[in-house]
Design a protein around this ligand. Structure first.
Ligand code: ADP
Ligand code: MG
Length: 418
């Protein structure tokens, strides 16, 4: 290792309390400290935050973190501040009066980390401010948001490319857990990364078991699954807000403490429900896809997909919220051809033909996963361009009990082909 590289382990211990790095963290950190552009593809829970937080603490200057997760910035900054790391954030949740002291601190060079939402890059004056702050790294978290091939496209992310023109000398670090080749290429191009060092960790989650059941009475299936695991907490992903509400309500009536979570709830109720779940005061959250990005609850033991997800990325991310502590956890997808019909209907309502085509392809891949008779893990990993060279994963329904093809196959395929 380079003699010149700073001592990372003491800093890791001092600020984060860890004695060793997770896979690829150290390599990523050393390359970014060497001034290279870095593209880091680590699964959810892989420890991406540390990859930009630690370099920020071993040298002077300001690391700017761009993240779409306004709701989580405060938590992250509070955690950093509590361990003595000078960090702050600027976003639309702050009152004008609250930004002023932060800006003053930034002008005085008091902070090492600044979290901002991408919208901030468009505000007049902000880019000029950035120029005065001795920025040493732009870390773009959830970088897949720049790609419309990802599962969470945010048009504001396109504004990031302006930074490259304005700060040609400052290295970029793009981080994501979304791994398809297409999204990867999109990110590198849209952020104008320069000969980036690319780090890809394995996406296999060996502690997760994957199952797909034919959907027939989804609520009863969900209830009996949860009842069979009386002390465990989990997430039930539903397609619509209405379903999320009604499943939560029925679960409560059936003696399982549950709360809904979706973007239609008042902010206060949403954060309360999330809190209750994080603190293990309710066992189940019935949610739309609005729930989850960046949420770090280690002991989620199961994730049930009550309805068919729109695409494999989304499915992988959502199931990935189970078992972050590494303990065995289960993922159950309830699949019916009726859901394919429903989704196809939504797709047909789209007006942009390009979007329509995209959505159709993504749905096709999702259906393929649901219907496959071979290893689900291998299929998921293959989707992300990763080979799984083991014949039997021993933790998916198809490997645990091999079977003939799924009944719904032909029906679903028929709908998809029109
Ligand atoms: P990601 O953004 O990749 O989903 P996070 O950065 O949120 O992951 O980290 C996930 C969890 O892993 C956090 O609780 C974090 O404290 C922990 N973690 C990160 N790096 C290490 C490490 N080197 N040793 C132990 N735990 C770590
Ligand atoms: Mg993260």
């Amino acid at each position: 290792r380079d003699k010149g590289s700073p001592q990372l382990l003491p800093t890791l211990k001092q600020y984060f309390g860890f004695s060793s790095f997770r896979p690829l963290q150290e390599e990523i950190i050393l390359d970014t400290l060497a001034g290279k552009d870095v593209f880091a593809l680590l699964p959810t829970g892989g420890g991406k935050s540390l990859c930009f937080q630690l370099p920020a603490l071993v040298r002077p200057g300001l690391t700017v973190v761009i993240s779409p997760l306004i709701a989580l910035m405060k938590d992250q900054v509070d955690a950093l501040t509590a361990s003595g790391a000078p960090a702050t954030f600027l976003n639309s949740s702050l009152e004008a009066g609250e930004s002023t002291p932060r800006l003053r601190g930034l002008h005085k060079g008091e902070f090492r980390l600044l979290y901002v939402a991408p919208e901030r890059l468009m505000l007049s004056g902000f880019l000029e401010d950035l120029r005065r702050w001795n920025v040493n790294l732009f870390a773009i978290d959830e970088a897949h948001c720049v790609s419309e091939w990802g599962h969470d496209f945010r048009p504001e992310y396109r504004a990031i490319s302006k930074l490259r023109e304005l700060f040609p000398e400052v290295p970029f670090m793009a981080l994501t857990a979304t791994a398809t080749e297409r999204v990867r290429e999109d990110i590198i191009r849209a952020l104008s990364l320069r000969e980036p060092q690319i780090f890809v960790a394995s996406f296999n989650r060996p502690n997760l078991t994957y199952r797909v059941h034919a959907k027939s009475g989804a609520y009863e299936q969900t209830l009996s699954f949860i009842r069979a695991r009386p002390r465990e907490s989990g997430i039930v992903y539903c397609h619509s807000r209405k379903t999320a509400e009604s499943v939560a309500q029925k679960l409560n009536e059936d003696g399982v403490s549950a709360r809904p979570y979706h973007a239609g709830l008042p902010g206060e109720e949403r954060s309360r429900n999330q809190e209750l779940f994080l603190r293990d005061e309710v066992r189940v959250v019935c949610a739309t896809i609005a729930f989850g990005m960046g949420i770090n609850k280690p002991n989620v033991r199961f994730v049930i997909h009550y309805d068919l997800p729109k695409n494999v990325e989304g499915y992988y991310q959502e199931t990935g919220r189970a078992g972050r502590d590494g303990l065995p956890s289960e993922c159950l997808l309830l699949f019916s051809p009726g859901d394919v019909v429903k989704q196809t209907g939504f797709i047909n309502e789209k007006t942009d033909p390009h979007e329509q085509q995209l959505a159709r392809e993504q749905l096709q891949q999702m259906v393929h996963y649901a219907e496959i008779a071979s290893c689900r893990r291998a299929s998921l990993l293959d989707y992300f361009g990763e080979e799984f060279p083991v014949a039997n994963c021993e933790a998916c329904d198809n490997c645990l009990s091999p079977r003939d093809t799924f009944d719904g196959t032909l029906v679903a395929q028929k709908f998809l082909s029109c």
